[in-house]
Write a protein of this length. Structure first.
Length: 626
């Protein structure tokens, strides 16, 4: 019996082996691309861009890459976008790649795994990408224009760039100009790392203003616009931007750049952007940014936010975010410092420089506090996990924003840093504040733009140097923990409380007008576009419970054709004892249905209300520094 059993076992093993031989096995791995080394590249790359084809919106590119010896050579197209925190560079817009050596055309093959390892096309309509070229202006991002050789840190690769612009156009960039001949501008040689961090704005209608003519570094406000008249500004408009520079210097106590260029497009045709660089920033604002100054205050914190990034994000950045090349994965674990504290200082500096009034900054903060205090996803997903969102979602629209959460490290991070600021002020009797942290942590390196990295422990140490406290627990609880409520202690400790009213603040009204929607997030729990399409539904709110979702269209309100004012009036009427519940005719695809929303709470809009008898620390935070 033992022999039979043993024999049967052998037959089973043999049969199993036979089956295994028929199953698919992995193919040989693709050969690895040479790892980057921190050694000088043997030669200077040259990159020439012809940006004159405005009608077809095509950039013509010619690049020369010297090579030290014959043999296999790998070129990389930048994949990871600094400031975008994700692998989203537009390789799909690149076409017509031809490579030659000694006048002979060479065959090339794209790596089947590292597909970024090729003539670049600009989007001709918004559905295929952000518009970067119009008949009157362009935004040239070197990141999308060229390749670099594998095997070297980008800071070790020299490159000389040039650009041909349409006749009569002017331009601005943080790059140093070597010469201009006719329509062609050639820049002084720099590194590939610095080149991709130095984009250009150019246009037919252009103005440039020096914001700090006697300061430690040249800081300029460079503007392009859809029309010449949009560039007409008043002295007080420019003064606010000059004050932004001075208030930033007072906050950080340094200038981590030898020059800084605000690149600003006053346009509704160029694609929207707010992107930081070490010595410049790309910004699109409302076309009537200057000519309608009293109405365009929403969004005026964009320039303070991006300017802050020169200190926080470019000079100091999380150690796992810095990479030696643009094709090695970035990790975003400390984005609640990089973006969260920048979001905080963006709002504060807006008030300190008078780009916002104190009241506008308070009203903006109220909108943030309400949004996160009503974010249902807080009970399952931490702020820390949202730092992965740039990679996970690439800023694609979400069906249930309030439950899924999306890059909440920005504005919930802002609330955390307000909490920290007011706590420091309380513990030190107003002698210390987060300003002291900013100066200690982000200061230094005058005139230099070499990054310094940091870890979580460095943040905690600097906070303890300012004010001893259990900052590790403070930060981990708020960033890594779960809580049904947003961290609003900073507002309360600042002398205010979040309340809801049936009337909107002027800031809220302006934000709604700018977004072209009707926001009833804290009453019905929905937001509707001007066309009646729901752009957001609050998870668990009245509209959610009535079965509504993002994307359906409100055709009628209580039997009348939809418009935002009628919807608001219906909510107000439903709050009365004899009032009728809001009834909506909904179109979803080809189907129509009537929905009744069980809500009688009236209109609810957030605002901050002063708490009598408490220190007005928020007022102190927003006040200009002398």
């Amino acid at each position: 019996m033992k022999a039979l059993f043993f024999s049967a076992s052998l037959l089973t093993l043999a049969a199993t082996a036979a089956v295994a031989q028929q199953l698919p096995q992995p193919s040989a791995p693709t050969p690895a691309i040479a790892a980057a080394q921190d050694i000088p590249y043997p030669g200077t790359l040259k990159l020439s861009v012809d940006a004159t084809d405005l009608d077809r919106k095509i950039f013509q590119i010619r690049q020369t890459v010297p090579v030290a010896k014959a043999g296999k050579f790998t070129l990389l197209y930048p994949q990871w976008v600094p400031g975008g925190h994700s692998p989203r560079n537009d390789i799909d817009k690149l076409a017509g790649l031809v490579i030659t050596a000694n006048g002979q055309r060479l065959a090339w093959t794209r790596d089947p795994v590292q597909v970024f390892a090729f003539h670049f096309l600009s989007p001709v309509e918004t559905k295929v990408g952000r518009m970067v070229m119009t008949p009157d202006m362009l935004n040239l991002q070197w990141l999308q224009m060229g390749f670099y050789p594998a095997g070297y840190y980008t800071r070790q690769i020299p490159i000389e760039a040039s650009v041909k612009l349409p006749e009569g156009w002017q331009h601005a960039s943080a790059l140093e100009v070597a010469k201009t001949e006719g329509q062609v501008t050639t820049f002084k040689p720099t590194t590939f790392e610095t080149l991709v961090d130095s984009p250009m704005f150019a246009g037919r209608y252009f103005k440039s203003v020096d914001l700090d003519p006697t300061g430690p570094a040249r800081v300029r406000l460079n503007m392009v616009a859809d029309k010449a008249e949009l560039l007409e500004f008043k002295p007080e408009h420019i003064q606010a931007h000059k004050d932004l520079v001075q208030q930033s210097y007072k906050l950080f106590g340094s200038n981590p750049f030898d020059r800084y260029d605000f690149l600003v497009a006053l346009s509704d045709t160029l694609g929207g952007i707010g992107l930081e660089h070490h010595r410049s920033s790309e910004n699109r604002v409302a076309p009537k940014y200057f000519t309608d100054w009293e109405k365009t205050f929403v969004g005026r914190d964009l320039l303070p936010h991006e300017f802050t990034h020169s200190w926080n994000g470019k000079y100091r950045r999380g150690e796992d975010l810095w990479t030696p090349t643009l094709n090695e994965p970035m990790r975003d674990s400390l984005m609640w410092v990089y973006e969260g504290q920048t979001q905080y200082w963006g709002n504060v500096l807006s008030a300190r420089s008078n780009l916002h009034t104190k009241q506008q900054s308070l009203d903006a903060l109220a909108l943030v506090a309400a949004a996160y205090d009503n974010r249902r996803g807080r009970d399952w997903r931490s702020v820390a996990d949202t730092t992965n969102d740039p990679i996970i979602a690439g800023r694609k629209p979400l069906s249930w924003l309030s439950y899924q959460r999306s890059e909440d490290y920005y504005s919930e991070g802002q609330l955390v840093w307000l909490d920290a600021d007011t706590l420091i002020r309380e513990k030190t009797g107003g002698k210390k504040s987060l300003d002291d942290f900013a100066k200690a942590f982000f200061g230094g390196a005058n005139g230099s733009y070499v990054p310094r990295t940091y870890a979580f422990e460095d943040v905690v140490k600097t906070l303890n140097d300012v004010t001893p406290y259990d900052w590790t627990r403070f930060l981990k609880t708020r960033i890594e923990g779960l809580s049904e409520k947003a961290p609003l202690d900073g507002i309360t400790r600042g002398g205010y409380k979040l309340v809801y009213s049936d009337t909107q603040t002027e800031f809220n009204k302006s934000a709604e007008t700018r977004a072209k929607n009707t926001s009833l997030a804290y009453s019905l729990g929905l937001t509707a576009g001007a066309d009646g399409v729901l752009t957001d539904v609050q998870w668990g709110g009245p509209a959610f419970k009535a079965g509504l979702t993002q994307g359906v269209t409100v055709v009628a309100v209580n039997g009348e054709t939809f418009d935002g004012d009628k919807l608001k009036a219906a909510v107000t009427a439903a709050a009365k004892p004899e009032g009728k519940l809001v009834e909506l005719l909904i179109k979803s695809g080809t189907r129509y249905r009537t929905v009744t929303i069980d809500y009688r709470g009236g209109l609810r809009y957030p605002r901050l209300e002063r708490i009598p008898g408490t220190p007005a620390r928020l007022d102190d935070i927003l006040a200009a520094r002398k």
